[in-house]
Design a protein around this ligand. Sequence first.
Ligand code: AHR
Length: 495
Amino acid sequence: GEISATATLRADQSGPAISRYIYGQFSEHLGAGVYDGIWVGPDSKIPNVRGVRSDVVGALKAIKTPVIRWPGGCFADEYHWRDGIGPRDKRPSRKNNWWGGSPETNAFGTHEFMDFAEQVGADPYVAVNVGSSNPTVMREWIEYMTSPGEDTLAQERRANGRDKPWKVPFIGIGNESWGCGGEMTPEYYANEYRRFSSFFHKNSDNPAVRVASGANSFDVNWTDVVTKAAAKRMDAISLHYYTIQTGDWNKKGAATGFDKAAWGKSFAQTLRMDDLLRQHIAVLDRNDPQKRIGLYVDEWGTWYDTEPGTNPGHLYQLNTLRDGVLAAVNFNIFHKHAERVRMANIAQTINVLQAVILTKGDQMVLTPTYYAHQMYMPFQDSTAIPLEITAPEIDVAGSKIPAFNASAAKGKDGKIYVAVANMALDDSVKLNVSLAGLKAKMVSGQVLTADKMDAMNDFGAKPAVVPVPFKGGKLSGDRLTLDIPSKSVVVVRLD
Ligand code: AHR
């Protein structure tokens, strides 16, 4: 069928800036995320620059990846940065206790990560160990990375091949400190945060945004306690929310071969992001009325049962059209809350959870989630424009969800962009948009869809889910109509 809806685009008004960092990545030492996914080593037959895969760098550059968070995740609170510097053949081998007990060779350490980020053109976001370390270790790592001076740590960095200090614009103080990062209460973490941040020395060498370890989904008390106790000492606080279609961590459901009910549940779960952000922002508005502190959704995405036959500790899952549409739904939500939500990092870049890239040997696949990022590139550093819209509610095999969500912005190029994610499986959406006086001559754009709801891009096959030119846009006077196919993402530009 067809669903009709009307909307008004207030192009004469402007909303908050939409930070490019909303399109950030998270890359943990987990499964094949770093080893194989990023790092193949300089002697590999797979084309690489200083050990970093060139195909992956090219793909991340092509979507203008603005920031990469590293080294974890849970891994961060067990990581010792000294394990990962100096000659690679002398580095210790450790056990990755969080993720399958797999060997951690430390071949990919600070220098390799920074090189990777520089090759991609992304800003580094480093998470330091709070849970099983101390402020001295944190301070020394920061000095090693950022000191321009003659001090011994800076000289050690030089001896290891890097003369100039790196720019590290974002540093996270702990990760999931309520869970794998030390099982702390919010009161305990708030004190730890104050202690660690005392030795952080924010200054011209180290101007990094200090990111406090934030809440697990709806735990607004965490945000409240931590910001009440330490707002002055932080510049951002994180928030983690994973989309578990079943809502049950013990039985998360499959990434492929799912039914309509699973599609509906996935979107019902992911749409909770809107209310989640609203609740945490309400707390921040009370404890930080000047709106200085950013809310960083530095882990988000779908989490399914791991792919049968793979190491369950490696969190390898496939990625279908559902994930692509779901990414777009989240982008539209982030845009709405962009005044506070100044960064988001999808979990995780390569071969882990809702990956944008999958690799197998020398092959690489760009997932539907990758293409959602690509289509939304014009929203990086844009300015939101109010889009007044009410989407009719639909019932997807038992889940009541809005048929679609949408957002609009004025891009850095001065053009107006409108994005729509249609969650309806069987219905197209005819959207009538009043442009409220805006004069546009042309509408063009792209659409991401496929015949099957679990269509995916597979190794060695022609990709089944890629953006193609969108032909469903029409302009007449100050009316725009968009004919949006079922289960799709559409991004259009008005000229
Ligand atoms: O992304 C996988 C894991 O999820 C991260 O290591 C942790 O922070 C979260 O629980």
